[in-house]
Write a protein that binds this ligand. Structure first.
Ligand code: NDP
Ligand SMILES: O=C(O)C1=N[C@H](C(=O)O)C[C@H](O)C1
Length: 249
């Protein structure tokens, strides 16, 4: 069976990558490619809408896709746990029987890095995240860092928040689920995340580096293929990879 996909953000870096993957795959077909000047009416009739646009545009695209009865894969960053919960309510109240996958990072290595950090978080009280991206990235902290912080907090559960002293000072980063995140935006980097876990006499660092956009390919294909049969809201590629992570929602 062929899955038809509308790509929102088709002229961007991720959208061009996804369009090529769809063109190359025998079971996927491009329904429409949208850019910032397109009408969202073009989403109608697609089995799956892939959103890789801009944080400010993503909400309206998701709502339009739900209204059109399409399944949705959201790769755009900037989605907090609270905003995802609001979408979950709208999806439940809609006529759509389709699901939505929010994928903060399509890279398998990145997902594993976040999972390892969440696993280790039960054994260290000092935990901070340093993420670095290319200078063109408009949002900070990254969606991946937000998701990692949420997973760390969920993993610690009743252990309580991490130790983040002097967190009221701006240079100490932005707290997400109590975890300080420090964001670098600069030339010479595509995407990089380092979770630093400190304990008595030792540090553990979980580092993931994306050196090329090809890191996202297998995750994009997996998400597009699984989206059409998904129900409700799913967050993270980990769920599709069979990784059992703490419920951070
Ligand atoms: N989940 C993941 O693994 C990854 C997620 N990302 C995220 O994906 C998103 C896109 O990244 P990237 O491809 O690098 O970005 P680009 O800037 O290269 O592309 C952005 C795309 O979105 C479109 N767009 C911009 N503003 C709007 C708007 N208001 N309404 C509709 N479309 C709009 C642009 O259209 P136009 O050409 O007309 O301006 C363009 O097609 C970002 O949020 C990024 O953080 C990035 C990499 C990996
Ligand atoms: O904008 C990017 O480039 C990326 N954005 C995502 C994020 O915010 O985490 C995923 C990846 O880090 C690349």
């Amino acid at each position: 069976m062929t899955i038809t996909v509308a790509v929102a953000g088709a002229t961007g870096k991720m959208g061009r990558l996804a369009t090529r993957l769809i063109d190359e795959a025998e079971d996927l077909e491009l329904h429409a490619g949208l850019d910032s000047s397109s009408s969202l009416d073009e989403l109608a009739g697609a089995d799956v809408v892939l959103d890789v646009t801009h944080p400010a545009a993503s909400g309206a695209i998701v709502d339009a896709a739900i209204a059109a009865g399409a399944a949705v894969v959201v790769g755009t960053s900037g989605w907090s746990r609270e905003r995802i919960a609001e979408v979950e309510v709208r999806l439940r109240e809609s006529d759509s029987s389709r699901g939505i996958l929010f994928v903060p990072n399509f890279s398998v290595g990145s997902v594993l890095g976040s999972a390892f950090a969440a696993f280790a978080a039960r054994h260290f009280d000092s935990i901070e995240i340093v993420e670095a991206h290319h200078a063109g990235k408009v949002d900070s902290p990254s969606g991946t860092a937000v998701r990692t912080a949420e997973l760390i907090a969920a993993s610690r559960g009743e252990m309580g928040p991490v130790s983040a002293p002097h967190a009221d000072q701006r240079a100490r980063g932005q707290l997400v689920s109590g975890v300080p995140i420090h964001s670098l935006r600069m030339d010479g980097i595509l995407a990089d995340q380092r979770v630093v876990l400190g304990g008595a006499g030792e540090t553990l660092q979980v580092v993931h580096t994306t050196i090329a956009a090809s890191a996202y390919e297998s995750g994009i294909l997996l998400a597009l293929r699984r989206a059409s049969s998904a129900e409700g809201v799913t967050v993270g590629l980990d769920a599709l990879l069979g990784l059992e992570l703490p419920d951070a929602r």
